[in-house]
Design a protein around this ligand. Structure first.
Ligand SMILES: NC(=O)c1ccc[n+]([C@@H]2O[C@H](COP(=O)([O-])OP(=O)(O)OC[C@H]3O[C@@H](n4cnc5c(N)ncnc54)[C@H](OP(=O)(O)O)[C@@H]3O)[C@@H](O)[C@H]2O)c1
Length: 161
């Protein structure tokens, strides 16, 4: 299982249920990496999408504790323990943990690769991702510097040693 996330300089990822900023090059890359594959996300991240709808051309697995929760076009999962059984059903498809903070925190130990977009700015944030540079088991294997509309960012691939 892999994960994909955009962080600011302080590893902030969100505020008030939304992203910190939108970079179209990053959105395109997210689409290209995850299309045809499987996303695993928390209920709050699903509800942050336009019209609270799942992302197209991908399997959207949504974690919620609420057994009565219903959402069209998603596969609901009610615990981390239930997740492997659900993911087995997707065969060779790649699985990407897609947020938010709560779900990244729980699934990071099961991830092998982390596709991190590092935005070289700091935004007010109420949701954070663990700082991988402080975790000795993670190392950077690729880094690609970019800029869009004056915002500098880089696509960084971390891998578990
Ligand atoms: N920068 C990025 O790349 C990125 C990506 C994704 C999201 N985000 C941001 O992250 C923020 C949302 O993150 P968040 O931490 O508040 O919420 P979240 O992780 O998206 O969702 C949390 C919810 O998921 C469910 N859940 C989590 N663990 C579970 C488990 N083990 N079993 C069953 N259900 C479980 C619970 O839903 P119930 O309450 O229904 O039980 C919980 O309230 C937003 O600001 C969003 O924009 C940023």
């Amino acid at each position: 299982m892999n994960l994909i996330v955009a962080v600011d300089e302080k590893w902030g990822i969100g505020r008030d249920g939304d992203l910190l900023c939108r970079i179209s090059t990053d959105m395109k890359r997210f689409r290209s990496i995850t299309s045809g594959n499987v996303l695993v996300m928390g209920r709050k991240t699903l509800e942050s999408f336009p019209n609270k709808k799942p992302l197209p051309n991908r399997e959207n697995v949504v974690l919620t504790n609420n057994l009565e929760y219903e959402a069209e076009g998603v596969i609901l999962c009610h615990s981390i323990e239930e997740l492997p059984r659900i993911l087995e059903g997707f065969g060779e498809k790649e699985v990407f943990v897609a947020g938010g903070g709560n779900v990244y925190q729980q699934l990071l130990p099961f991830c092998e690769k982390a596709y991190i977009t590092k935005i070289k700015e700091t935004f007010p944030a109420d949701t954070h991702f663990p700082n991988l540079d402080m975790l000795p088991e993670w190392e950077i294997v690729e880094e690609d510097e970019r800029e869009e509309n004056g915002i500098k960012f880089s696509f960084v691939l971390y891998q578990k040693k």
